[in-house]
Every structure is written in structure tokens, then in C-alpha cells.
Design a protein around this ligand. Structure first.
Ligand code: NAD
Ligand code: TDX
Length: 332
């Protein structure tokens, strides 16, 4: 039995991780979450509360971080400012949380010699051409495009430097685009699902030919657990599930699954610097650690995700108008 410190555990991927850990082990968990606009205490409803401690605070608070890290066996670091569009409007919280927050955690795990797992993204590698036969691997050079991905790249580099220079016991993972329950409705898939539920038309940036490599959030999290269990210290593992799809086809599938005409969406202003394509080669994770995704059908995973948003309107409804008003200001 271990005690985990999970940063960002009230957000999308972190909360699903806590549900999985508390549901499948005897471990205890402390969640440290600043409850920004993206965090919601209700994402943790239904977990065994007697094994959960919730701390409302920021990873930018070095003293708090030090105290919580000292009492843990393992730190799993999800907390981040995570939305590219927000990073184009105001990059500053991305520096504070993604760079300075990660630095605080690294210093604390170094002082107390605590095992650390760093959650990152495939966006640190930049983008690929649509017809490029290559996919990202663990040795692809870093080439981030947005303020968000640049701060994630910076945080990865800090972790790697703390491994090399100070010998901290850390692993890293870079995952492709996640979908599933409890994702903030600013993000592509839940935005479109809640648009349809709300009688609005889905919004496609530009021509929608940009490709994302979709993975169900539960598959991301089983991969993280496998890396924590068996990954080589100091190493990076890419997480993906062969889920490449262009945005237009995803919107069409959402409309079809929700009983709407396939063309009932609007083209809106494109994102500045919009990455064209992400694609993950996850051979290392499979060959070295024997991991495989469980969600083989995107359509089925998406249908279940649509059901979740249908059944949990109370969760997203209060912020829907404000999110759409913010997008409308940008012509999106
Ligand atoms: P999210 O925005 O849904 O959740 C982030 C959580 O972090 C929120 O609960 C928020 O309140 C918390 N947080 C923000 N600033 C904080 C601070 N200073 N201190 C403490 N908590 C803070 O993000 P997500 O989509 O769940 O992403 C989680 C992690 O996974 C991030 O590191 C992200 O870069 C990475 N990632 C995400 C995806 C994806 O598709 N969503 C893919 C690959 C990697
Ligand atoms: O309304 C929309 N219409 C649209 O066409 C929105 C919100 C997005 N898009 C496009 C932009 C992207 O090509 O859909 C694609 C996905 O957009 P996001 O959900 O914003 O994700 P992305 O920018 O790809 O980044 C995500 O995956 C990698 C996460 O937000 C990051 O945290 C993660 O690192």
C-alpha cells in the first residue's frame, strides 16, 4: 500500500486517474489542486473518500509542495494549464504553473528522495505533415509551437535535467489527445457534444483537416500506472493508441451519433499557429512494458462519452454560456 500525491487531481485526466487508483488498489491519495477554472471538486465524487485527502492549493506554493511531497511515497504530476487557445490569449499562468510549479515539485522530490512521474504531451514535438509516414518517437527532437507546448517542453527538460544532475527517481510520459468523461468543455470533443446538447452548432477551426491522435483517458491512465510500476528510471515513454482522425471527421461522427445531419456545423476562425498533425509511435511502451490500450473502437468510446455529458448536464451547464461567449469574442 502506497500514499500517492496527485497534482491536478481535480482536472480531467488527474481525476480519472484518482478514480482508477482508488478503485483498483488499497492505496491512499492526496490530491493537490488549485481549483482553477479547469478544476472541479465534483470530478472526485464517488471515490472512496476515506482514502482521499483533498488539499486546495497551488504547486506554485513551494512550502506547501515540500510538506506534501515529504509525506508521500510517489508523486504523479498532472497539474498544468492545459489549453492551447488560452495560452495564446494569456501565456503567463502557463509559466507559473507548468514551469515554476514543476520546478517546485522537482526540488521537493530531490530533497526528500521521492519517486516522481511527470505527465506530458506529444505537442512538445511540434507537428507532422499530413502525408508524413513517420510518427513521433521518444527520440524525436523537441519543437513546440504554442506557449502551452513550450512550457510543457520546458517542464520536461527540467525533469530530465534533475534526473541527470541530481539523480532524482523519475519517469516521464508524453501522451496524445485524450477524450472521455470529465473533460472541460473548452476542449474540442466536449465542446461539440455540449453544443449539440445545447442546440448550438459545432464549431470547426479552419478547414478541419488537422489530425489528432485520440486515446481514451482510461487507456492513458493504465499506461501511466504501468510506467510507474515497471518503467526504467530516467526514461520517457510515449503513450498513444493509433487513433489518428482529422477534426472534420470527428465532428461528423459526433453529429451522426447524436442523430443530427453530418453537415450541421460551422467553420470558424482557425487557431494561430495551429499544429497540423500529431501521431504517436507507442512501440516502446508495448515492447518493453507489455502495455496495450483497451478501447479499440473510437466510435464506441465516443458514444459512451456523449452519454456521460448527456447524463451530467449539471456538471457542465453552469459554465457553458461563458465558454461560448469567450470563443465568440475570438470569432470561434
Ligand atoms: P485540465 O486542465 O483538465 O486539469 C488541470 C488541473 O490542474 C485542474 O484541476 C487545475 O485546477 C489544476 N491546476 C492548474 N494549475 C494548478 C496549480 N498551479 N496548482 C495546482 N493545481 C493546478 O488538464 P488535463 O487535460 O487533465 O491535463 C492533465 C495533464 O495531462 C497536463 O499536464 C497536460 O499537459 C497533460 N496532457 C493532457 C492531454 C489532453 O489531451 N488533455 C494530453 C496529453 C497530456
Ligand atoms: O472548437 C474547437 N474546434 C476545433 O476545430 C476546438 C476547441 C478545437 N478545435 C480543433 C483544434 C485542434 O486541432 O480541435 C483539435 C483539438 O483541440 P483541443 O481540444 O484544444 O486540443 P489540442 O490543442 O490538440 O491539445 C490537447 O491535446 C494535447 C490538449 O488540450 C492538451 O492539453 C494536450 O497536451
Amino acid at each position: 500500500m502506497s500514499h500517492l500525491l496527485v497534482t491536478g487531481g481535480a482536472g480531467f485526466i488527474g481525476s480519472n486517474f484518482v478514480h482508477t487508483v482508488l478503485g483498483t488498489s488499497d492505496d491512499t491519495v492526496t490530491v493537490l489542486d488549485a481549483l482553477t477554472y479547469a478544476g472541479d471538486r465534483r470530478t472526485l465524487q464517488g471515490v472512496p473518500e476515506e482514502r482521499l485527502t483533498f488539499v486546495h492549493g497551488s504547486i506554485a506554493d513551494a512550502e506547501l509542495v515540500d510538506r506534501l511531497v515529504a509525506g508521500s511515497d510517489l508523486v504523479v504530476h498532472f497539474a498544468a494549464e492545459s489549453h492551447n487557445d488560452n495560452s495564446l490569449r494569456d501565456p503567463s499562468p502557463f509559466i507559473d504553473t507548468n514551469v515554476v510549479g514543476t520546478f517546485n515539485l522537482l526540488e521537493a522530490v530531490r530533497r526528500h528522495d521521492i519517486r516522481f512521474h511527470h505527465i506530458s504531451t506529444d505537442e512538445v514535438y511540434g507537428d507532422l505533415e499530413l502525408d508524413d509516414p513517420e510518427r513521433f518517437t521518444e527520440t524525436t527532437p523537441y519543437n513546440p509551437s504554442s506557449p502551452y507546448s513550450a512550457t510543457k517542453a520546458g517542464s520536461d527538460m527540467l525533469v530530465r535535467a534533475w534526473v541527470r544532475s541530481f539523480g532524482i527517481r523519475a519517469t516521464l510520459s508524453n501522451c496524445s489527445n485524450n477524450y472521455g468523461p470529465r473533460q472541460h468543455i473548452e476542449k474540442f470533443i466536449p465542446r461539440q457534444i455540449t453544443n449539440v446538447l445545447d442546440g448550438r452548432r459545432p464549431k470547426l477551426y479552419g478547414q478541419g483537416l488537422n489530425v489528432r491522435d485520440w486515446i481514451h483517458v482510461d487507456d492513458h491512465n493504465t499506461a501511466v500506472l504501468r510506467i510507474i510500476e515497471a518503467g526504467q528510471l530516467g526514461e520517457t515513454y510515449l503513450i498513444g493508441a493509433d487513433g489518428e482522425k482529422n477534426n472534420k471527421s470527428v465532428i461528423e461522427l459526433i453529429l451522426e451519433l447524436m442523430g443530427q445531419p453530418k453537415d450541421a456545423y460551422d467553420h470558424v476562425a482557425d487557431r494561430a499557429g495551429h499544429d497540423l498533425r500529431y501521431a504517436i509511435n507507442w512501440d516502446r511502451l508495448h515492447d518493453e512494458l507489455g502495455w496495450q490500450p483497451q478501447y479499440r473502437s473510437f466510435e464506441e468510446g465516443l458514444a459512451r462519452t456523449i452519454e456521460w455529458y448527456r447524463e451530467n448536464e449539471a456538471w457542465w451547464r453552469p459554465v457553458k454560456d461563458a465558454i461560448e461567449a469567450q470563443y465568440a469574442e475570438q470569432g470561434q
